[in-house]
Design a protein around this ligand. Structure first.
Ligand SMILES: [Ca+2]
Ligand SMILES: [Ca+2]
Length: 201
């Protein structure tokens, strides 16, 4: 099945339509076309379909599709909340992954030589990257950095990025956060809204 979506920066993407096909079917038809259907709209008298998917070229390859092992990213923010009495903030961000990546699961062999895997603790979170602090700037552009895909549990695993105001005294002030994935961060001009639950009751 191929699904087609409308990407929204607030992460609430809209489903357009889907079609059912197979790689074999896509490979044999040089000008394949499939109507994209949206189940919610089928039955509506005026509804025909939500667009058409075309397969315009197909080239066999013997190489495996390689996913990147690491990514170099540059993040910036605009119009951050003011968290200091100076009327500004000293922002830094943290990338938080949901649980331990598979490769680092603790394991041991028991007497019967059976590999025992301990599942990751539910809800365990860890900071996989912490940026530098940029002082008194509500539109910061942080240094580019490199991150291991495995540390985030894969390209498509949900990660959280939170922006915090650094304070010399006391606990730092949370500004806002959003959920995404590494793959989504690599989309051109990817933009995300920072939300702070405090303001949503
Ligand atoms: Ca503060
Ligand atoms: Ca501060």
């Amino acid at each position: 099945m191929v699904e087609c979506w409308d990407y929204d920066s607030n992460h609430k993407h809209d489903f357009i339509g889907s079609c059912i096909t197979s790689l074999f079917e896509m490979s044999i038809s040089t000008e394949g076309r499939w109507p994209l259907l949206n189940a919610d709209k089928i039955g509506n008298v005026t509804y025909r379909y939500s667009g058409t998917l075309f397969s315009t070229s197909c080239t066999p390859t013997t190489e495996k599709v390689k996913e990147p092992q690491g990514l170099r990213l540059t993040l910036s923010a605009k119009h951050l909340d003011r968290k200091d009495i100076t009327g500004s903030s000293d922002p830094y961000f943290e990338i938080v992954a949901n649980s331990n990546p598979l490769s680092s699961y603790p394991y041991h062999w028991d007497i019967g030589a059976q590999l025992l895997l301990k599942p990751p603790q539910k809800g365990s979170k860890r900071v996989v990257y912490k940026s530098e602090v940029i002082s008194q700037n509500l539109n910061p552009k942080w240094k580019s950095f490199q991150i291991n895909v495995a540390d985030c549990g894969g390209l498509d695993t949900v990660i959280m990025i939170q922006v915090v105001d650094w304070d010399r005294r006391g606990s730092h002030d949370f500004i806002g956060a959003f959920k995404t994935s590494l793959r989504e961060l690599t989309l051109p001009n990817a933009t995300f809204g920072l939300t702070n639950k405090k303001y949503f009751g």
